[in-house]
Design a protein around this ligand. Structure first.
Ligand SMILES: [Zn+2]
Length: 242
């Protein structure tokens, strides 16, 4: 068969693998990002929880100050008891004490409630911190796996580029230019196998005369429709015998 066709078939194998690797390399940053997402999600939830925790502690402190003030006030009101003269004053005083005590109780309740919420928040933060540590471990492992995979791909690509160049050097320049044009137009597939009388690239039925010429393999023939360069399976079998 035409040795130039043999080179092109070889070249296409390299080019397709190169194309595949380059595509994977383009997707690599997205893969890393996706692997990091669960961790990022936990960390942002953790940040929100911690902010809530800080707000709660501030609320608790302020309620505690308010309670101290109210306790002071109650104490002062009670200490005025000795100054009272009439029964009416005494009744009014009891009422005042009752009001001050009620207010103090309500503030106290608020302090306790806030303290409970602070404790609950602390517990949830701790749980989420454990989750974050786990997620960090999972991400580190996945990142390591991906990075070694990327390094392997880069090595393979460098290797393929060398081999591809060697084969490309064996192809006559005008034919190589034609191949490269087709490769760009046909997403990497410049050479197509003829199967059951059809072009493997565009799937269209080829004229029998053309199929016969491709079978002989003396000249380079191209598909009447997509212009891919055509070959047949037995051309490859010749290669393996060599
Ligand atoms: Zn075709």
């Amino acid at each position: 068969m035409n040795s130039q066709l043999q080179f092109l078939i070889e070249l296409q194998k390299f080019d397709l693998r190169i194309f595949q690797i380059q595509d994977s390399q383009r997707k690599a940053p997205d893969l890393l990002k996706a692997a990091e997402n669960p961790l990022k999600d936990i960390l942002s939830r953790l940040q929100i929880l911690k902010n809530t925790g800080e707000t709660l502690v501030t609320q608790q402190r302020s309620a505690e100050r308010e309670l101290a003030t109210q306790e002071d006030l109650l104490h002062k009101v009670r200490s005025r008891l000795s100054e009272l003269k009439t029964n009416k004053e005494y009744q009014a005083h009891l009422f005042e004490i009752e009001q001050a005590r009620k207010k103090k109780d309500s503030i106290e309740e608020n302090v306790l409630e806030t303290m409970e919420r602070v404790e609950e928040n602390k517990k949830t933060v701790q749980e989420l911190e454990t989750e974050a540590q786990e997620a960090q471990k999972v991400f580190d492992a996945e990142k390591g796996r991906l990075e070694s995979q990327f390094a392997e791909m880069a090595n393979e690509l460098a290797d393929l580029n060398q081999q591809q160049q060697k084969v490309a050097d064996s192809v006559e320049k005008p034919l190589l230019a034609r191949y490269n044009r087709l490769k760009t137009m046909r997403k990497g597939y410049a050479v197509a196998e003829v199967k059951d009388g059809s072009c493997g690239g565009c799937r269209l039925q080829l004229p029998p005369q053309l199929v016969a010429e491709v079978r002989r393999g003396d000249d380079l023939m191209d598909c009447s429709y997509c212009h891919r360069l055509l070959f047949m399976a037995h051309h490859l079998e010749v290669e393996t015998l060599d």
